[in-house]
Ligand binder design. Structure first.
Ligand SMILES: Cc1cc2nc3c(=O)[nH]c(=O)nc-3n(C[C@H](O)[C@H](O)[C@H](O)COP(=O)(O)OP(=O)(O)OC[C@H]3O[C@@H](n4cnc5c(N)ncnc54)[C@H](O)[C@@H]3O)c2cc1C
Length: 478
Protein backbone atom coordinates (compact mmCIF):
# COMPACT_ATOMS: atom_id res chain seq x y z
CA UNK A 1 0.00 0.00 0.00
CA UNK A 2 1.27 3.46 -0.81
CA UNK A 3 2.02 6.06 1.83
CA UNK A 4 0.29 9.26 0.75
CA UNK A 5 2.32 12.38 1.22
CA UNK A 6 -0.21 15.01 2.31
CA UNK A 7 1.06 18.17 4.00
CA UNK A 8 -1.29 19.44 6.71
CA UNK A 9 -3.30 22.50 5.61
CA UNK A 10 -3.40 25.30 8.20
CA UNK A 11 -6.65 26.81 9.49
CA UNK A 12 -6.21 29.94 7.39
CA UNK A 13 -5.93 27.99 4.13
CA UNK A 14 -9.12 26.08 4.95
CA UNK A 15 -10.90 29.36 5.73
CA UNK A 16 -9.71 30.86 2.44
CA UNK A 17 -11.15 27.89 0.53
CA UNK A 18 -14.46 28.05 2.44
CA UNK A 19 -14.74 31.78 1.72
CA UNK A 20 -14.02 31.20 -1.94
CA UNK A 21 -16.78 28.61 -2.48
CA UNK A 22 -19.37 30.05 -0.07
CA UNK A 23 -21.63 28.24 2.40
CA UNK A 24 -23.01 25.72 -0.17
CA UNK A 25 -19.56 24.83 -1.40
CA UNK A 26 -18.03 22.79 1.41
CA UNK A 27 -18.79 20.05 3.94
CA UNK A 28 -17.07 18.51 6.92
CA UNK A 29 -17.86 16.39 9.98
CA UNK A 30 -20.89 14.05 9.68
CA UNK A 31 -21.86 15.52 6.28
CA UNK A 32 -18.52 14.44 4.85
CA UNK A 33 -18.90 10.76 5.72
CA UNK A 34 -20.37 9.55 2.43
CA UNK A 35 -17.25 10.75 0.59
CA UNK A 36 -15.20 8.26 2.60
CA UNK A 37 -17.14 5.15 1.52
CA UNK A 38 -15.47 2.52 -0.64
CA UNK A 39 -17.95 0.80 -3.02
CA UNK A 40 -16.52 -2.60 -2.03
CA UNK A 41 -16.37 -1.79 1.67
CA UNK A 42 -12.66 -2.56 1.88
CA UNK A 43 -11.24 0.91 2.60
CA UNK A 44 -12.29 3.95 4.53
CA UNK A 45 -11.37 7.39 3.25
CA UNK A 46 -10.21 10.30 5.39
CA UNK A 47 -9.85 14.03 4.86
CA UNK A 48 -10.19 17.43 6.47
CA UNK A 49 -12.57 19.20 4.07
CA UNK A 50 -14.89 18.31 1.22
CA UNK A 51 -14.94 21.18 -1.23
CA UNK A 52 -17.61 21.45 -3.92
CA UNK A 53 -16.65 24.11 -6.49
CA UNK A 54 -19.34 25.21 -8.95
CA UNK A 55 -17.17 26.54 -11.78
CA UNK A 56 -13.86 25.90 -13.50
CA UNK A 57 -12.63 29.25 -12.17
CA UNK A 58 -13.36 28.15 -8.59
CA UNK A 59 -11.50 24.87 -9.21
CA UNK A 60 -8.52 26.85 -10.52
CA UNK A 61 -8.52 29.26 -7.58
CA UNK A 62 -8.58 26.37 -5.04
CA UNK A 63 -5.78 24.57 -6.87
CA UNK A 64 -3.65 27.73 -6.83
CA UNK A 65 -4.15 28.10 -3.06
CA UNK A 66 -3.23 24.45 -2.46
CA UNK A 67 -0.25 24.54 -4.80
CA UNK A 68 1.22 27.59 -3.08
CA UNK A 69 0.97 25.80 0.29
CA UNK A 70 1.88 22.33 -1.14
CA UNK A 71 -1.37 20.87 0.18
CA UNK A 72 -2.76 17.72 -1.49
CA UNK A 73 -6.10 17.46 -3.31
CA UNK A 74 -8.04 14.25 -4.02
CA UNK A 75 -10.36 14.73 -7.03
CA UNK A 76 -13.72 13.01 -6.54
CA UNK A 77 -16.59 12.51 -9.02
CA UNK A 78 -19.07 9.66 -8.41
CA UNK A 79 -17.02 7.77 -5.81
CA UNK A 80 -17.51 4.41 -7.60
CA UNK A 81 -13.81 3.81 -8.28
CA UNK A 82 -12.70 0.42 -6.96
CA UNK A 83 -8.93 0.99 -6.51
CA UNK A 84 -9.17 3.69 -3.81
CA UNK A 85 -8.06 6.50 -6.13
CA UNK A 86 -10.76 8.82 -4.78
CA UNK A 87 -10.05 7.95 -1.14
CA UNK A 88 -7.26 9.25 1.05
CA UNK A 89 -6.73 6.12 3.09
CA UNK A 90 -3.58 7.04 5.05
CA UNK A 91 -4.00 10.70 5.87
CA UNK A 92 -6.50 13.14 7.42
CA UNK A 93 -4.81 16.05 5.65
CA UNK A 94 -6.40 15.62 2.23
CA UNK A 95 -8.79 18.10 0.68
CA UNK A 96 -11.39 16.13 -1.24
CA UNK A 97 -12.61 18.06 -4.28
CA UNK A 98 -15.99 16.82 -5.48
CA UNK A 99 -17.10 17.94 -8.94
CA UNK A 100 -20.77 17.11 -8.26
CA UNK A 101 -22.01 20.72 -8.55
CA UNK A 102 -20.43 20.98 -12.00
CA UNK A 103 -23.07 18.81 -13.61
CA UNK A 104 -24.37 20.78 -16.58
CA UNK A 105 -24.52 19.73 -20.20
CA UNK A 106 -23.02 22.86 -21.71
CA UNK A 107 -23.80 22.17 -25.33
CA UNK A 108 -24.95 19.56 -27.85
CA UNK A 109 -23.89 20.01 -31.47
CA UNK A 110 -25.85 17.74 -33.78
CA UNK A 111 -23.68 18.61 -36.78
CA UNK A 112 -20.53 17.65 -34.89
CA UNK A 113 -22.29 14.76 -33.04
CA UNK A 114 -20.67 16.08 -29.87
CA UNK A 115 -21.94 16.74 -26.35
CA UNK A 116 -19.97 19.04 -24.04
CA UNK A 117 -20.57 17.90 -20.47
CA UNK A 118 -19.15 19.07 -17.16
CA UNK A 119 -17.11 16.60 -15.13
CA UNK A 120 -19.82 16.05 -12.50
CA UNK A 121 -22.45 14.87 -15.02
CA UNK A 122 -23.64 11.41 -14.04
CA UNK A 123 -23.03 8.99 -16.93
CA UNK A 124 -26.70 7.96 -17.10
CA UNK A 125 -27.73 11.62 -17.42
CA UNK A 126 -25.43 11.97 -20.43
CA UNK A 127 -27.17 8.92 -21.95
CA UNK A 128 -30.55 10.63 -21.43
CA UNK A 129 -29.36 13.96 -22.87
CA UNK A 130 -28.08 12.18 -26.00
CA UNK A 131 -31.29 10.17 -26.31
CA UNK A 132 -33.38 13.34 -26.36
CA UNK A 133 -31.66 14.14 -29.65
CA UNK A 134 -31.99 10.64 -31.10
CA UNK A 135 -28.31 9.89 -30.44
CA UNK A 136 -26.41 7.74 -27.96
CA UNK A 137 -23.26 7.99 -25.84
CA UNK A 138 -21.83 4.47 -25.87
CA UNK A 139 -19.81 4.37 -22.61
CA UNK A 140 -21.83 2.10 -20.33
CA UNK A 141 -21.25 0.13 -17.14
CA UNK A 142 -23.12 -1.16 -14.10
CA UNK A 143 -22.19 1.96 -12.08
CA UNK A 144 -23.76 4.30 -14.67
CA UNK A 145 -26.32 5.72 -12.19
CA UNK A 146 -23.56 7.05 -9.88
CA UNK A 147 -20.28 7.43 -11.76
CA UNK A 148 -19.58 10.75 -13.50
CA UNK A 149 -17.85 11.57 -16.76
CA UNK A 150 -14.93 13.25 -14.95
CA UNK A 151 -14.19 10.00 -13.10
CA UNK A 152 -14.83 7.94 -16.24
CA UNK A 153 -12.21 9.92 -18.15
CA UNK A 154 -9.76 10.08 -15.24
CA UNK A 155 -9.84 6.25 -15.08
CA UNK A 156 -10.22 5.72 -18.85
CA UNK A 157 -13.19 3.53 -17.95
CA UNK A 158 -14.18 0.57 -20.10
CA UNK A 159 -17.46 -1.21 -19.50
CA UNK A 160 -19.76 -3.31 -21.61
CA UNK A 161 -19.47 -1.72 -25.06
CA UNK A 162 -15.70 -1.39 -25.48
CA UNK A 163 -15.77 -4.13 -28.10
CA UNK A 164 -17.49 -1.84 -30.59
CA UNK A 165 -16.93 1.71 -29.34
CA UNK A 166 -13.70 1.64 -27.34
CA UNK A 167 -12.83 2.93 -23.83
CA UNK A 168 -13.65 6.42 -22.53
CA UNK A 169 -10.48 7.62 -24.28
CA UNK A 170 -11.82 6.72 -27.72
CA UNK A 171 -15.04 8.65 -27.03
CA UNK A 172 -13.47 11.96 -26.00
CA UNK A 173 -12.51 14.67 -28.49
CA UNK A 174 -11.56 17.46 -26.10
CA UNK A 175 -10.87 18.26 -22.48
CA UNK A 176 -11.04 21.22 -20.14
CA UNK A 177 -8.87 20.76 -17.06
CA UNK A 178 -7.15 22.65 -14.27
CA UNK A 179 -3.45 21.82 -14.14
CA UNK A 180 -1.53 21.51 -10.83
CA UNK A 181 -0.24 25.10 -11.11
CA UNK A 182 -3.85 26.34 -11.36
CA UNK A 183 -3.77 27.10 -15.11
CA UNK A 184 -6.91 26.24 -17.05
CA UNK A 185 -6.26 24.05 -20.10
CA UNK A 186 -9.23 24.79 -22.36
CA UNK A 187 -9.28 22.30 -25.24
CA UNK A 188 -12.95 21.47 -25.77
CA UNK A 189 -12.85 21.82 -29.55
CA UNK A 190 -14.70 19.00 -31.33
CA UNK A 191 -11.92 18.66 -33.92
CA UNK A 192 -11.19 15.14 -35.14
CA UNK A 193 -7.88 16.26 -36.59
CA UNK A 194 -5.47 18.36 -34.56
CA UNK A 195 -1.78 17.55 -34.92
CA UNK A 196 -0.24 20.37 -32.94
CA UNK A 197 2.20 18.48 -30.77
CA UNK A 198 1.53 16.40 -27.67
CA UNK A 199 -2.10 15.39 -27.26
CA UNK A 200 -2.61 16.70 -23.73
CA UNK A 201 -6.14 15.30 -23.64
CA UNK A 202 -4.70 11.80 -23.72
CA UNK A 203 -2.22 12.64 -20.97
CA UNK A 204 -5.07 13.61 -18.65
CA UNK A 205 -7.34 10.70 -19.62
CA UNK A 206 -6.36 7.74 -17.45
CA UNK A 207 -4.17 9.88 -15.18
CA UNK A 208 -6.47 9.21 -12.19
CA UNK A 209 -6.38 12.78 -10.92
CA UNK A 210 -2.57 12.89 -10.66
CA UNK A 211 -1.94 15.49 -13.39
CA UNK A 212 -4.91 17.81 -13.08
CA UNK A 213 -8.62 18.11 -12.48
CA UNK A 214 -10.85 17.46 -15.46
CA UNK A 215 -13.69 20.00 -15.41
CA UNK A 216 -15.46 19.30 -18.74
CA UNK A 217 -15.16 17.21 -21.89
CA UNK A 218 -16.35 17.09 -25.50
CA UNK A 219 -17.74 13.62 -26.06
CA UNK A 220 -18.54 11.73 -29.24
CA UNK A 221 -22.19 10.80 -29.81
CA UNK A 222 -23.22 7.95 -32.09
CA UNK A 223 -26.36 7.30 -34.11
CA UNK A 224 -28.89 4.91 -32.56
CA UNK A 225 -29.10 1.74 -34.65
CA UNK A 226 -32.66 0.79 -35.59
CA UNK A 227 -32.39 -2.84 -34.41
CA UNK A 228 -30.92 -4.47 -31.32
CA UNK A 229 -30.54 -8.20 -30.71
CA UNK A 230 -29.81 -9.50 -27.23
CA UNK A 231 -29.29 -13.16 -26.32
CA UNK A 232 -28.16 -15.23 -23.37
CA UNK A 233 -26.40 -18.40 -24.48
CA UNK A 234 -25.47 -21.40 -22.40
CA UNK A 235 -22.00 -22.66 -23.34
CA UNK A 236 -19.80 -25.48 -22.14
CA UNK A 237 -16.62 -23.50 -21.50
CA UNK A 238 -14.88 -20.16 -22.10
CA UNK A 239 -13.25 -21.80 -25.14
CA UNK A 240 -16.73 -22.44 -26.54
CA UNK A 241 -17.69 -18.83 -25.76
CA UNK A 242 -14.79 -17.67 -27.92
CA UNK A 243 -15.78 -20.06 -30.73
CA UNK A 244 -19.30 -18.59 -30.57
CA UNK A 245 -17.79 -15.10 -30.80
CA UNK A 246 -15.84 -16.07 -33.93
CA UNK A 247 -18.90 -17.66 -35.53
CA UNK A 248 -21.21 -14.73 -34.79
CA UNK A 249 -18.65 -12.20 -35.94
CA UNK A 250 -18.57 -14.07 -39.26
CA UNK A 251 -22.31 -13.34 -39.61
CA UNK A 252 -22.56 -9.89 -37.98
CA UNK A 253 -19.12 -8.31 -38.40
CA UNK A 254 -18.57 -5.33 -36.12
CA UNK A 255 -22.23 -5.11 -35.05
CA UNK A 256 -21.49 -6.99 -31.82
CA UNK A 257 -21.48 -4.31 -29.13
CA UNK A 258 -21.30 -6.41 -25.96
CA UNK A 259 -20.03 -9.88 -25.13
CA UNK A 260 -20.12 -10.74 -21.44
CA UNK A 261 -19.04 -14.09 -20.01
CA UNK A 262 -20.86 -15.23 -16.87
CA UNK A 263 -20.09 -18.33 -14.83
CA UNK A 264 -22.85 -20.73 -13.75
CA UNK A 265 -21.85 -20.01 -10.16
CA UNK A 266 -22.23 -16.28 -10.84
CA UNK A 267 -25.70 -16.73 -12.37
CA UNK A 268 -26.84 -18.81 -9.37
CA UNK A 269 -25.38 -16.18 -7.05
CA UNK A 270 -27.11 -13.19 -8.62
CA UNK A 271 -30.46 -15.00 -8.77
CA UNK A 272 -30.01 -16.08 -5.13
CA UNK A 273 -29.16 -12.58 -3.89
CA UNK A 274 -31.80 -10.76 -5.97
CA UNK A 275 -35.05 -12.73 -5.67
CA UNK A 276 -36.79 -10.63 -8.34
CA UNK A 277 -34.31 -11.95 -10.95
CA UNK A 278 -34.64 -15.33 -12.68
CA UNK A 279 -32.35 -17.35 -14.87
CA UNK A 280 -34.09 -17.93 -18.23
CA UNK A 281 -32.57 -21.44 -18.49
CA UNK A 282 -34.47 -24.48 -17.22
CA UNK A 283 -31.31 -26.21 -16.10
CA UNK A 284 -27.98 -25.03 -14.71
CA UNK A 285 -25.03 -24.60 -17.04
CA UNK A 286 -21.34 -24.07 -16.28
CA UNK A 287 -21.04 -20.90 -18.37
CA UNK A 288 -23.22 -18.36 -20.14
CA UNK A 289 -22.55 -15.65 -22.68
CA UNK A 290 -24.58 -12.45 -22.83
CA UNK A 291 -24.39 -11.06 -26.32
CA UNK A 292 -25.78 -7.85 -27.78
CA UNK A 293 -25.59 -6.60 -31.34
CA UNK A 294 -27.03 -3.47 -32.90
CA UNK A 295 -27.34 -2.54 -36.55
CA UNK A 296 -29.60 -1.87 -39.53
CA UNK A 297 -33.06 -3.39 -40.01
CA UNK A 298 -32.78 -7.14 -40.44
CA UNK A 299 -30.04 -7.50 -37.82
CA UNK A 300 -32.35 -9.57 -35.58
CA UNK A 301 -32.88 -12.13 -38.38
CA UNK A 302 -29.14 -12.31 -39.02
CA UNK A 303 -28.50 -12.86 -35.32
CA UNK A 304 -31.07 -15.68 -35.24
CA UNK A 305 -29.49 -17.43 -38.20
CA UNK A 306 -26.03 -17.03 -36.61
CA UNK A 307 -27.32 -18.62 -33.42
CA UNK A 308 -28.97 -21.46 -35.37
CA UNK A 309 -25.55 -22.20 -36.87
CA UNK A 310 -24.01 -22.18 -33.38
CA UNK A 311 -26.68 -24.58 -32.07
CA UNK A 312 -26.22 -26.91 -35.04
CA UNK A 313 -22.44 -26.91 -34.52
CA UNK A 314 -23.09 -27.64 -30.83
CA UNK A 315 -21.17 -24.55 -29.77
CA UNK A 316 -24.25 -23.41 -27.84
CA UNK A 317 -26.22 -25.67 -25.47
CA UNK A 318 -29.25 -23.42 -25.01
CA UNK A 319 -30.21 -19.93 -26.16
CA UNK A 320 -32.71 -17.28 -25.12
CA UNK A 321 -33.26 -14.31 -27.43
CA UNK A 322 -34.96 -11.25 -25.93
CA UNK A 323 -38.27 -10.53 -27.71
CA UNK A 324 -38.93 -7.15 -26.10
CA UNK A 325 -37.14 -4.32 -24.32
CA UNK A 326 -38.30 -5.65 -20.95
CA UNK A 327 -36.84 -9.10 -21.70
CA UNK A 328 -33.63 -7.41 -22.80
CA UNK A 329 -33.53 -5.45 -19.54
CA UNK A 330 -34.10 -8.66 -17.54
CA UNK A 331 -31.12 -10.35 -19.21
CA UNK A 332 -28.92 -7.30 -18.56
CA UNK A 333 -30.03 -7.12 -14.91
CA UNK A 334 -28.41 -10.53 -14.38
CA UNK A 335 -25.09 -9.12 -15.51
CA UNK A 336 -25.38 -5.65 -14.01
CA UNK A 337 -26.20 -6.95 -10.53
CA UNK A 338 -23.24 -9.34 -10.55
CA UNK A 339 -20.81 -6.90 -8.82
CA UNK A 340 -23.37 -6.27 -6.05
CA UNK A 341 -24.03 -10.01 -5.66
CA UNK A 342 -20.28 -10.67 -5.38
CA UNK A 343 -20.00 -8.11 -2.63
CA UNK A 344 -23.03 -9.50 -0.77
CA UNK A 345 -21.50 -12.99 -0.98
CA UNK A 346 -18.30 -11.81 0.74
CA UNK A 347 -15.85 -11.65 -2.18
CA UNK A 348 -12.36 -11.00 -0.79
CA UNK A 349 -10.65 -10.70 -4.17
CA UNK A 350 -11.95 -8.82 -7.22
CA UNK A 351 -9.42 -8.89 -10.00
CA UNK A 352 -9.34 -6.70 -13.10
CA UNK A 353 -6.69 -7.89 -15.51
CA UNK A 354 -6.68 -8.40 -19.26
CA UNK A 355 -4.94 -10.71 -21.69
CA UNK A 356 -4.96 -10.99 -25.50
CA UNK A 357 -8.21 -12.63 -26.69
CA UNK A 358 -6.19 -15.59 -27.97
CA UNK A 359 -5.04 -16.29 -24.38
CA UNK A 360 -8.36 -15.86 -22.54
CA UNK A 361 -9.18 -19.56 -22.33
CA UNK A 362 -5.74 -20.54 -21.02
CA UNK A 363 -5.79 -17.57 -18.64
CA UNK A 364 -9.11 -18.63 -17.08
CA UNK A 365 -8.02 -22.27 -16.77
CA UNK A 366 -4.64 -21.35 -15.27
CA UNK A 367 -5.97 -18.80 -12.79
CA UNK A 368 -8.76 -21.04 -11.52
CA UNK A 369 -6.21 -23.86 -11.05
CA UNK A 370 -3.75 -21.54 -9.25
CA UNK A 371 -6.39 -20.10 -6.91
CA UNK A 372 -7.64 -23.61 -6.10
CA UNK A 373 -4.07 -24.62 -5.24
CA UNK A 374 -3.84 -21.70 -2.80
CA UNK A 375 -7.04 -22.88 -1.10
CA UNK A 376 -8.96 -25.84 -2.54
CA UNK A 377 -12.35 -24.88 -1.09
CA UNK A 378 -12.74 -21.24 -2.13
CA UNK A 379 -15.47 -20.41 -4.63
CA UNK A 380 -14.56 -18.49 -7.79
CA UNK A 381 -16.89 -16.39 -9.94
CA UNK A 382 -15.09 -15.58 -13.19
CA UNK A 383 -16.96 -13.21 -15.45
CA UNK A 384 -16.58 -10.09 -17.55
CA UNK A 385 -15.85 -8.53 -20.86
CA UNK A 386 -14.54 -11.62 -22.70
CA UNK A 387 -14.54 -9.82 -26.06
CA UNK A 388 -11.93 -7.41 -24.64
CA UNK A 389 -9.90 -10.15 -22.91
CA UNK A 390 -10.92 -8.59 -19.56
CA UNK A 391 -12.07 -11.29 -17.13
CA UNK A 392 -12.75 -10.44 -13.48
CA UNK A 393 -12.19 -13.21 -10.91
CA UNK A 394 -14.16 -12.81 -7.69
CA UNK A 395 -13.10 -15.19 -4.94
CA UNK A 396 -15.30 -16.12 -1.94
CA UNK A 397 -14.82 -18.16 1.21
CA UNK A 398 -16.00 -21.78 1.13
CA UNK A 399 -19.78 -22.27 1.54
CA UNK A 400 -20.90 -21.70 5.13
CA UNK A 401 -17.81 -19.70 6.15
CA UNK A 402 -18.04 -15.93 6.65
CA UNK A 403 -15.53 -13.59 5.07
CA UNK A 404 -14.32 -12.40 8.49
CA UNK A 405 -13.76 -15.96 9.77
CA UNK A 406 -12.04 -17.01 6.55
CA UNK A 407 -9.66 -14.03 6.42
CA UNK A 408 -8.81 -14.46 10.11
CA UNK A 409 -7.83 -18.09 9.58
CA UNK A 410 -6.04 -17.44 6.26
CA UNK A 411 -3.89 -14.35 6.83
CA UNK A 412 -2.32 -12.91 3.68
CA UNK A 413 -4.62 -14.80 1.32
CA UNK A 414 -5.91 -11.61 -0.34
CA UNK A 415 -2.40 -10.67 -1.49
CA UNK A 416 -1.46 -14.25 -2.36
CA UNK A 417 -4.47 -14.65 -4.66
CA UNK A 418 -3.96 -11.22 -6.24
CA UNK A 419 -0.29 -11.90 -6.94
CA UNK A 420 -1.08 -15.33 -8.42
CA UNK A 421 -3.56 -13.73 -10.84
CA UNK A 422 -1.04 -10.98 -11.69
CA UNK A 423 1.69 -13.56 -12.36
CA UNK A 424 -0.49 -15.56 -14.72
CA UNK A 425 -1.67 -12.36 -16.41
CA UNK A 426 1.94 -11.39 -17.05
CA UNK A 427 2.78 -14.88 -18.29
CA UNK A 428 0.01 -14.53 -20.89
CA UNK A 429 1.20 -11.08 -22.02
CA UNK A 430 -1.56 -9.17 -20.21
CA UNK A 431 -2.09 -6.05 -18.11
CA UNK A 432 -2.51 -5.96 -14.32
CA UNK A 433 -5.17 -3.27 -14.66
CA UNK A 434 -7.59 -3.59 -17.54
CA UNK A 435 -10.13 -0.87 -16.80
CA UNK A 436 -10.20 0.17 -13.12
CA UNK A 437 -6.80 1.87 -12.95
CA UNK A 438 -4.01 1.71 -10.36
CA UNK A 439 -5.34 4.02 -7.65
CA UNK A 440 -3.81 3.48 -4.22
CA UNK A 441 -4.59 -0.25 -4.26
CA UNK A 442 -2.24 -1.31 -7.05
CA UNK A 443 0.76 1.03 -6.79
CA UNK A 444 2.94 -1.80 -5.48
CA UNK A 445 1.72 -4.09 -8.27
CA UNK A 446 2.67 -1.43 -10.82
CA UNK A 447 6.16 -1.25 -9.28
CA UNK A 448 6.45 -5.03 -9.61
CA UNK A 449 4.90 -5.62 -13.01
CA UNK A 450 5.53 -2.50 -15.11
CA UNK A 451 8.81 -2.17 -16.98
CA UNK A 452 11.47 0.26 -15.76
CA UNK A 453 10.97 2.62 -18.72
CA UNK A 454 7.23 2.92 -18.04
CA UNK A 455 7.72 3.49 -14.30
CA UNK A 456 10.40 6.12 -14.78
CA UNK A 457 8.50 7.96 -17.51
CA UNK A 458 5.32 8.07 -15.40
CA UNK A 459 7.32 9.52 -12.51
CA UNK A 460 9.06 12.11 -14.70
CA UNK A 461 5.80 13.28 -16.28
CA UNK A 462 4.13 13.48 -12.86
CA UNK A 463 6.86 15.59 -11.28
CA UNK A 464 7.33 17.80 -14.38
CA UNK A 465 3.67 18.82 -14.24
CA UNK A 466 3.13 18.59 -10.49
CA UNK A 467 6.47 19.38 -8.79
CA UNK A 468 4.75 19.99 -5.43
CA UNK A 469 2.93 16.62 -5.62
CA UNK A 470 -0.45 18.14 -4.78
CA UNK A 471 -2.59 16.15 -7.23
CA UNK A 472 -3.77 12.93 -5.64
CA UNK A 473 -0.50 12.07 -3.84
CA UNK A 474 -0.04 8.31 -3.46
CA UNK A 475 -1.96 7.38 -6.62
CA UNK A 476 0.06 5.73 -9.43
CA UNK A 477 3.41 6.76 -7.89
CA UNK A 478 4.39 6.86 -4.25
C1 LIG B 1 -20.94 -1.77 -9.57
C2 LIG B 1 -19.74 -1.23 -10.28
C3 LIG B 1 -19.51 -1.60 -11.59
C4 LIG B 1 -18.41 -1.09 -12.28
N1 LIG B 1 -18.20 -1.47 -13.58
C5 LIG B 1 -17.17 -0.94 -14.26
C6 LIG B 1 -16.95 -1.31 -15.62
O1 LIG B 1 -17.65 -2.12 -16.20
N2 LIG B 1 -15.90 -0.73 -16.25
C7 LIG B 1 -15.08 0.17 -15.64
O2 LIG B 1 -14.16 0.66 -16.27
N3 LIG B 1 -15.25 0.50 -14.35
C8 LIG B 1 -16.27 -0.02 -13.65
N4 LIG B 1 -16.44 0.32 -12.33
C9 LIG B 1 -15.49 1.24 -11.67
C10 LIG B 1 -15.94 2.73 -11.69
O3 LIG B 1 -17.33 2.88 -11.85
C11 LIG B 1 -15.23 3.48 -12.79
O4 LIG B 1 -13.84 3.48 -12.54
C12 LIG B 1 -15.68 4.93 -12.99
O5 LIG B 1 -15.10 5.42 -14.18
C13 LIG B 1 -15.31 5.84 -11.83
O6 LIG B 1 -16.03 7.06 -11.99
P1 LIG B 1 -16.41 7.95 -10.73
O7 LIG B 1 -17.08 9.16 -11.25
O8 LIG B 1 -17.16 7.18 -9.74
O9 LIG B 1 -14.96 8.33 -10.21
P2 LIG B 1 -14.39 8.39 -8.73
O10 LIG B 1 -14.56 7.08 -8.07
O11 LIG B 1 -14.92 9.58 -8.03
O12 LIG B 1 -12.84 8.61 -9.04
C14 LIG B 1 -12.07 7.64 -9.70
C15 LIG B 1 -10.66 8.20 -9.94
O13 LIG B 1 -10.69 9.31 -10.81
C16 LIG B 1 -10.20 10.50 -10.15
N5 LIG B 1 -11.09 11.58 -10.55
C17 LIG B 1 -12.43 11.65 -10.32
N6 LIG B 1 -12.93 12.75 -10.88
C18 LIG B 1 -11.91 13.41 -11.46
C19 LIG B 1 -11.79 14.62 -12.20
N7 LIG B 1 -12.86 15.36 -12.46
N8 LIG B 1 -10.58 14.99 -12.64
C20 LIG B 1 -9.48 14.24 -12.38
N9 LIG B 1 -9.53 13.08 -11.68
C21 LIG B 1 -10.72 12.67 -11.24
C22 LIG B 1 -10.27 10.18 -8.67
O14 LIG B 1 -9.32 10.93 -7.93
C23 LIG B 1 -9.97 8.69 -8.66
O15 LIG B 1 -8.59 8.48 -8.79
C24 LIG B 1 -17.52 -0.20 -11.62
C25 LIG B 1 -17.74 0.15 -10.29
C26 LIG B 1 -18.84 -0.35 -9.62
C27 LIG B 1 -19.06 0.05 -8.19
Amino acid sequence: MSVSQFNPPDARLLDDIRDLVGADGWLDGEDAQRYFDDPRGRFEGRGCLIVLPNSTEQVAAIVRICNAAKVGIVPYSGGTGVVAGQLSIDSDNAIIMSLERMNKVRQISLDDSVIVAEAGCILENIHSAAQEHGLMFPLNMASKGSCCIGGNLATNAGGIQVLRYGNARELCLGIEAVLPCGTILSELSPLHKNNTGYDLRHLLIGSEGTLGIITAASLILKPVDPETGTALLAVKSPAHALMVYREIRRHLGDSISALELMSGLGLDLVVGKFPSLRSPFEQSHDWALLLEATGPLGLGDRLESALTDCLEKKLVLDAVIAQSQSQRDSLWELRENTPAANRMAGAFCNSDTSVPISKVDAFITDTIAAISRIHPDVQINSYGHIGDGNIHHNVFPPAGVTKAEFLASNPGIIDTVRMAINDITRRHGGSISAEHGIGRLKTRDLETFAGKARRETIRRIKFALDPNNIMNPGVLTN
